[in-house]
Ligand binder design. Structure first.
Ligand SMILES: [Mn+2]
Length: 522
C-alpha cells in the first residue's frame, strides 16, 4: 500500500507539566460528562437491547439465573510471549519516571445502526499488552520507589450472576461469547493489577490531580473526557511510534509469518485468475486466505485490473478482470498477532506480459532493485526513494515519455517524473500498514535506517488513460512492485523473497501455480 509523500508529524514537547496545571486537568470533565454512543460506553440502566427484542419477565430472569455449572475459579495461563510484552512496558516505564501513562484499547465501532465492525485494538495498546479485548485501558502508575505498576482496566465478567449474560447484546456472553473478566485478565496478561472499568473515571481523576500524566488520544471517550489534553500526549504518541519503529525478534517472526501467508493468498488469486470474472472475486479469494490463516487483511485489498491500476488505492474493486490486461494486487494478511504484510504484484491476467507491459514492468523492477540496494543501516530513510526515482526518470526519458532529460525531470523545482510515479517508495511496516506514522521526522523520514526496521520498497508507474504526454500503447498501464524488508546489521533481508517479482519469474510462477491447481483438480 502506498502512502502520501508527506508524513503528518505532530508537534511534540518534553516539557514537564507544572504541578498547578496537573491539578486542574479534571475540572472540565467533572462539569461536563461526555456523551457517548451506546455501543461505545455501557450506559447505566438496562443493558443494550434492540427495538425488536422483548424484555424478559421476572420469572424467566429467575429461571435463567439458575442451573448452571459453577465457575471453576481456575485462572488462565499467561499469553504466549508475555515476557516480550512485559519488556516493552518496562522500556516505556523507564522513559517516563514519575508520570502516569494511559493507553486505551479503543471501543467497538459502529458500521451502521446497531451493527459493528469486528473489533481490533489500538496498535499501541496491543504492543504493550497482547490484549485483544475492547474497552480496556492500560495505566502505568508510578511507584514511590521508582518504576511503574501496570494496571489494566477491563470489563468484569459477571458470569451467570446477573441477567446481562443473556440480555446484553453488546457484551452478554450468550450474544457475543465469553470475555475474561478482572482476575482472569490480570493472570492472562501478566500485569501487576487488573481493575473493573467502572472505577476508571474516578481513578483517572484522582491520578491526574496528583502528578503529571500522558494519554494516547482518540481511542477512548472515557479517557479523553477524564483527562485534559496537552502536547505531552502527542509526545507520548510519538515516543510509542519510535519504540515500535525498531522491531524486536518476536515482531520480525510475526512479520515473516504474515508475509508467508500473503504469498499463499497471492497464489490463491493466481490459481483463480483463469476463471476470475471480477476484481471483487480477487478480493474475496485473497480475503479467504487472510481469514483462514490470520485475523483479517491488514488494509483494504486493492484488486485493480486494467486501468484501475492507475488509481493508487482502488479499493472499490468493482471492475472486470480481462485477459490481456494486468491485475495490480496490493494486499496483506494481518496475522492473529495483528502484524500485517504489505505486498504488491502486477500480474498479467493471461499469464504473459505484452511487450508494452513488459517494458514498463521491467523499468519498475529495475527501480526497485536500485532502491533495495540502498536499504542498509546508516543510510538515510530517503536513500532508497532517491535511487528508485533516478532509475524511473532515466527510463521515462529513454521511453520518450519525459520530454526533458532525466536530470531536468529530477530537479527539486520540477519533479516531473512524479506525474507517473506519484508516491515515494517506502514506509514502515508492522502492526499498522503505515506503521509508526506518529514518529518524529528526525526518527523516520529524515532519519537513518537502523537494524530491526521493517519497511516496504514499492516503486510504481501509472499511465492514466487520458494522459496525452504518454504514447498510446502505454496508457492504462499501472505497475507497482512492493516487497517487505527488514534492515539487518550489514544490509537487509527481503522478507518476501519467496514471492517472485522479476518479469520472467512472475510468468514462470504463474505457470507453476496453474499446473499445481490443475493437478489438484485432475
Ligand atoms: Mn505499502
Amino acid at each position: 500500500m502506498t502512502q502520501p509523500a508527506e508524513l503528518a508529524i505532530p508537534p511534540a514537547s518534553d516539557a514537564p507539566v507544572p504541578a498547578a496545571e496537573a491539578q486542574t486537568v479534571v475540572a472540565a470533565v467533572l462539569a461536563e460528562p461526555q456523551p457517548t454512543p451506546a455501543a461505545e460506553e455501557a450506559p447505566a440502566g438496562p443493558p443494550p437491547a434492540a427495538s425488536h427484542d422483548s424484555p424478559p419477565p421476572k420469572a424467566l430472569v429467575d429461571f435463567m439465573l439458575q442451573g448452571w455449572v459453577p465457575p471453576t475459579g481456575v485462572l488462565p495461563q499467561p499469553i504466549e510471549h508475555a515476557e516480550a510484552f512485559e519488556a516493552r512496558r518496562r522500556a516505556l516505564s523507564a522513559k517516563y519516571p514519575g508520570e502516569t501513562l494511559v493507553i486505551p484499547s479503543g471501543h467497538l465501532k459502529v458500521r451502521s445502526n446497531d451493527t459493528h465492525f469486528r473489533f481490533r485494538p489500538s496498535s499501541d495498546f496491543y504492543y504493550l499488552t497482547g490484549d485483544l479485548e475492547p474497552d480496556c485501558v492500560l495505566v502505568l502508575e508510578p511507584k514511590a520507589d521508582g518504576g511503574h505498576e501496570d494496571v489494566l482496566f477491563v470489563e468484569p465478567n459477571p458470569g451467570r450472576s446477573d441477567q446481562t449474560f443473556f440480555t446484553d447484546r453488546i457484551k452478554g456472553e450468550l450474544w457475543v461469547g465469553p470475555r475474561l473478566g478482572v482476575p482472569e485478565s490480570r493472570a492472562r496478561f501478566a500485569v501487576h493489577r487488573a481493575e473493573p472499568l467502572s472505577g476508571l473515571r474516578a481513578y483517572l481523576e484522582a491520578a491526574a490531580s496528583g502528578r503529571p500524566f500522558r494519554a494516547v488520544r482518540g481511542y477512548d471517550h472515557g479517557v479523553d473526557g477524564a483527562l485534559a489534553q496537552s502536547d505531552r500526549d502527542k509526545e507520548l504518541g510519538a515516543h510509542l511510534a519510535e519504540m515500535r519503529i525498531v522491531k524486536d525478534a518476536l515482531e520480525i517472526e510475526e512479520l515473516r509469518a504474515v508475509v508467508d501467508s500473503t504469498r499463499r493468498g497471492f497464489e490463491d488469486v493466481i490459481a483463480r485468475l483463469p476463471r476470475a470474472k471480477s476484481e471483487r472475486e480477487v478480493e474475496g479469494v485473497f480475503g479467504l486466505r487472510a481469514r483462514v490463516e490470520g485475523n483479517d487483511v491488514g488494509y483494504g485489498t486493492i484488486a485493480a485490473a486494467g486501468a484501475h491500476a492507475c488509481v493508487l488505492h482502488y479499493t472499490k474493486n468493482d471492475g472486470k478482470v480481462v485477459p490481456g490486461e494486468l491485475l495490480l494486487l496490493d494486499a496483506g494478511v494481518e496475522g492473529n498477532s495483528l502484524y500485517t504484510a504489505d505486498i504488491t504484484r502486477s500480474l498479467p491476467v493471461s499469464g504473459r506480459f505484452t511487450k508494452a507491459q513488459r517494458a514498463i514492468y521491467t523499468l519498475v523492477y529495475q527501480a526497485q532493485k536500485a532502491a533495495l540496494a540502498e536499504v542498509k543501516p546508516g543510510n538515510d530513510f530517503m536513500d532508497p526513494n532517491k535511487a528508485a526515482m533516478k532509475v524511473l526518470a532515466e527510463g521515462l526519458a529513454k521511453l520518450g515519455i519525459l520530454k526533458v532529460s532525466a536530470e531536468e525531470a529530477l530537479a527539486e523545482e520540477r519533479q516531473f517524473y512524479k506525474r507517473y510515479s506519484l508516491h515515494n517508495v517506502s514506509h514502515m511496516l508492522g502492526l499498522d500498514v503505515h506503521d509508526c506514522a506518529e514518529a518524529r521526522k528526525e526518527a523516520y523520514k529524515l532519519g537513518k535506517l537502523k537494524p530491526g526496521m521493517v519497511l516496504t520498497v514499492e516503486p510504481g508507474l501509472y499511465f492514466q488513460m487520458d494522459d496525452l504526454t504518454v504514447p498510446e500503447e502505454y496508457r492504462g498501464i499501472g505497475v507497482r512492485i512492493e516487497d517487505d524488508v527488514v534492515v539487518t546489521e550489514d544490509g537487509h533481508e527481503l522478507l518476501s523473497a519467496d514471492i517472485p517479482s522479476q518479469v520472467d519469474e512472475v510468468e514462470a510462477w504463474m505457470d507453476r501455480v496453474w499446473k499445481k491447481a490443475k493437478k489438484r483438480r485432475d
